[in-house]
Design a binder for this molecule. Sequence first.
Ligand SMILES: C[S@@+](CC[C@H](N)C(=O)[O-])C[C@H]1O[C@@H](n2cnc3c(N)ncnc32)[C@H](O)[C@@H]1O
Length: 280
Amino acid sequence: MTRKPEVPFPGTIEELGTVGDAGALAHYSDPAYYTKTYGKRRHDVEYYVRIARKSRGPVLEYGVGNGRVALAVAGAGVEVCGIDLSRTMLDDLEKRLAAGPPKLRSRVELRHGDMRNVRLGRRFPLVIAPFNALLHLYERTDFESFFARVLEHLEPTGRFVFDFSIPQPDDLARDPERWFGAPRFRHPASDELVRYDERFDYDQFRQLLLVTTRFTPERGKPWTIPLTHRQLFPREVEALLHYNGFADIEFTSDFTETPADRHTDSAVVSCRSARRGSRA
Ligand SMILES: C[S@@+](CC[C@H](N)C(=O)[O-])C[C@H]1O[C@@H](n2cnc3c(N)ncnc32)[C@H](O)[C@@H]1O
C-alpha cells in the first residue's frame, strides 16, 4: 500500500491550493483504496460510455486516474487517450491494462502530465474531464490555461463534457476543528481494519475546501490524507467557459440528461468551441 503522498502534506488550507501540491495529489497516492471507495460509482461511468460511443472516439480524458471511466470506454470499443498528473494512478492503470485483453490495451494511450500544459498535437470529437477533475484547478489562470488546451484538442464540431459537484452550504459551514466519523473498513492492500474520519475546512475567499481524512488502523500509526477541492458555483463555471471561448453551454443533472436545477448534486456540463464549427 502506498501511504506516502507524492508531495508532503504541510497541514493547513492556507498552505494548500496549488496545482500539483499535496491537496491535489495525496488523495491519489493509494489507487487500491481509490478503487475500493469509488469502484461502485457507476452512473457517471455509464453516462460517459454512452457519449463516448455516440462520438465514435477517440476520446481525450483529462484526469484519467487509474481508469475507472477509461477502462469502461475502451471496453465499449472506443479509443481513449488519458492524461493525468499522478504517476501512481497511471502506473496502476498500466497494471490493470496489462492484466486485461490485448485489444483493450491497444485502445488506451496514456500521458503523464498537467492538464494545463500537455499538448498532443491532435484533435478529438469528444474531450471529457470526469468526476470533479476541474476542482483541482484553483486559480483563474489555471482555468485559462486548461481551457486553452481543451480548445486545441477539440475537433471543429467536438464537445467538451465534464462534471462537478455543486457546493453544499452545509459542508462549507462545518466546524474545521470537528472530526466526522465513518464506519471502519478493511483496507484492500493491507487487509487491516481501519477507522476513518474526515474534517472539513473551507476558505471562503479562495473558495477552497480542504477535506482531511484521518485513517486509524487497529495496529500501527494513524495517517492523514488531504484533498483540496476548488468550490465551483454554476454561474461562475458558465462565465469561465463563456469568456474562455466556449459556446452552447448546457448544464444537466446527475448524469440523467435532464436540465440541472436547485436539486442537482453533480452538474454535467457540455459545450463546444465558440469559434469552430456548429453544434455536433
Ligand atoms: C477524482 S480523480 C478522477 C479519476 C477518473 N477520471 C475517475 O473518474 O475515477 C481526478 C484525477 O485528476 C488528476 N489530476 C489532478 N490535477 C491534475 C492536473 N493538474 N493535471 C492532470 N491531472 C490532474 C488526479 O491525479 C486524479 O487522477
